[in-house]
Write a protein that binds this ligand. Structure first.
Ligand SMILES: Nc1ncnc2c1ncn2[C@@H]1O[C@H](COP(=O)(O)OP(=O)(O)OP(=O)(O)O)[C@@H](O)[C@H]1O
Ligand SMILES: Nc1nc2c(c(=O)[nH]1)N=C(CO)CN2
Length: 207
C-alpha cells in the first residue's frame, strides 16, 4: 500500500490510541541506525512472491489450526514460539518485539527473516534485541518509510504480516490463529484486534 493511501488510516490509529507520530518517526530512524544498512527485503520477497503463504496469529486457537499450514510460514510475534513448540520453523517473524524471547535469536541464526517493527513505544526493545539478531532483517515502520525502513501498511504484528504478503505478491494467503473477537484480552489489546480486523477488511480479508 502506498504511504498516501495508508496515511489516513495511520492518522485515525494515532488519534484512537493517542500515539505520538513523532515518537514513531524517532523509532524508525533509530531502527535504521541499529540495522546499520542491513535490509533483507529481497529474501522476504523471494519467500512470498507467487507462493502460498500462511500467516499465523497468536490467538489461543493457533495450535489447533496448525494442520492448515501451507507454503511459506509467516509468524506474528509470539506465534513463533507456538510454532517452534510444534517443530515448525517460521520463514519470517513479524514482530514489534514485545513477545521476543531468546527463541528469536535462535530462529534468526537459523535463517528466519526477522521483520522488526519500530514504533514510539518499543524503543528500549529495539535497542536490546536488534543488535542480538544475527540473521536476515527487514525493518518496518507505521509512519512514513525512510531508506531501509519499509511500510507495507497494517498495524498489529498479525495484520502487518498479511499486508506484507499481499504487497509482496503472495499467490494465496491463508490466515490461522486469529480470533479478533477474543474477549479474554485487556482493553488495549481489544482495541488493537478491532483495528486489525478493520484494516484486514480493507484488503479483502473479513475474519
Ligand atoms: N486473539 C488474539 N490474541 C492475540 N493475538 C491475536 C489474536 N488474534 C489475532 N492475533 C494476532 O496475533 C498477533 C501476535 O500476537 P501476540 O500475542 O504476540 O501479540 P502482541 O505481541 O501483543 O501483538 P501486537 O504487539 O501486535 O499487539 C497479534 O499482533 C494479532 O495480529
Ligand atoms: N506507538 C505504538 N505503535 C504501535 C503499538 C504501540 O503499542 N504503540 N502497538 C502495535 C501493535 O501492537 C503497533 N504499533
Amino acid at each position: 500500500m502506498r504511504f498516501e493511501d495508508w496515511e489516513p488510516h495511520y492518522a485515525a490509529i494515532l488519534e484512537y490510541f493517542g500515539f505520538d507520530r513523532e515518537a514513531d518517526e524517532d523509532a524508525a530512524r533509530l531502527l535504521a541506525e541499529l540495522a546499520g544498512g542491513r535490509d533483507d527485503i529481497g529474501v522476504l520477497e523471494k519467500l512470498v512472491r507467487g507462493k502460498s503463504v500462511t500467516v499465523c496469529g497468536n490467538a489461543p486457537n493457533l495450535a489447533k489450526e496448525l494442520d492448515r499450514i501451507e507454503g511459506t510460514v509467516l509468524a506474528a510475534d509470539a506465534a513463533a514460539e507456538v510454532l517452534v513448540g510444534h517443530g515448525i520453523q517460521p520463514d519470517a517473524v513479524f514482530t514489534d518485539l514485545d513477545g521476543a524471547t531468546d527463541i528469536f535469536i535462535d530462529l534468526s541464526r537459523q535463517g528466519t527473516v526477522m521483520v522488526v517493527h519500530a514504533h514510539g513505544d518499543n524503543i528500549p526493545l529495539l535497542r536490546h534485541w536488534v543488535p542480538r539478531l544475527p540473521g536476515p532483517l527487514v525493518a518496518t515502520t507505521q509512519a512514513a518509510p525512510i531508506p531501509g525502513v519499509h511500510n507495507f501498511g497494517g498495524f498489529t504484528d498479525g495484520d502487518r504480516a498479511v499486508f506484507a504478503a499481499d504487497e509482496l505478491g503472495a499467490a494465496e494467503i491463508r490466515i490461522i490463529g486469529f480470533d479478533l473477537a477474543d474477549r479474554d484480552v485487556d482493553p488495549l489489546k481489544r482495541g488493537k484486534l478491532y483495528w486489525a480486523g478493520r484494516l484486514l477488511r480493507l484488503i479483502g480479508y473479513d475474519l
